[in-house]
Design a protein around this ligand. Sequence first.
Ligand code: GRG
Length: 294
Amino acid sequence: MSFFEEYNEIKKIVEDNLCVFIDNINDNRRKKLYESMKYSLLAGGKRFRPVLHLATIKLLGGEINKFIDSAIALEYIHTYSLLHDDLPSMDNDDFRRGKPTNHKVFGEAVAILSGDALLNTACSILLDKLNNNFEKNILLGCKFIFHASGINGMIAGQVVDIESENINIDTKTLDYIHINKTSKLIRSSILSAAYFMNANKDIIEKLDNYAKKIGLAFQISDDILDVEGDFNNLGKDIGSDISNNKSTFVSLYGIEQSKKILESVMDDAIKEIDKLENSNFLIELARFILNRKL
Ligand code: GRG
């Protein structure tokens, strides 16, 4: 099976199960909340984090079907972060995943509540997982996901990002933003899978080094696409960083240097796992980030 066939096969499993965990709120009173959550979940997207999670489970010899819940929880956390990031009080974006942003369709109050609800549902999905498998490795995996998305991760990165608008920041601050805002959730998609599978210390270390590098590479490529990308591929406005006066990899290093750094980070990421058994898919995935147009 080719890399893209395998990617699409896992992505389909994720998409087939995306709304299963919210269908219980499909009643008249909560119709708008349900529609709004469903709207953002089904708007598209690469499903990069759940695919990474399930691909790591597979690499470690696990059964994908037993980890659909945690994969979906990761996509809920990611979707909530995009939904809130687009709000007028944050990036004030009009399009996401090729469609009008959630607040443009459902209004700001419902968009905020939908984001909150997605995060909350992710939490309850993972608590259910833990309740059904009360083992330390499951607890560690779940803990890692919330550590990565909270005040020591994504939210910290987001707040520093917002406070850095309209000012010149140094490369250390930019690294802080990237590592926290983008990289940690991506890293947790891989590491939580490694914990769930009780991987040994050596494998965890290799996967972690790979994960940190692709997390950073993902953000560098996002900064490049914000300059050179195309609305039809990306489904969101181009030049949003420039119009929000944000410092990015491209604004600090220039486009050509950013591409060189991206290539070298990717080479390093691949080196971390190329000796690992069954690592072909993750190696191809690193190459996919390097060349991604969406
Ligand atoms: C609101 C707490 C809070 C955090 C927001 C994720 C985020 C933090 C902001 C989004 C801004 C942004 C464009 C970050 C760059 C990397 C990134 C997360 C891109 C979007 O992820 P993709 O490309 O999106 O995986 P799809 O739509 O494919 O799922």
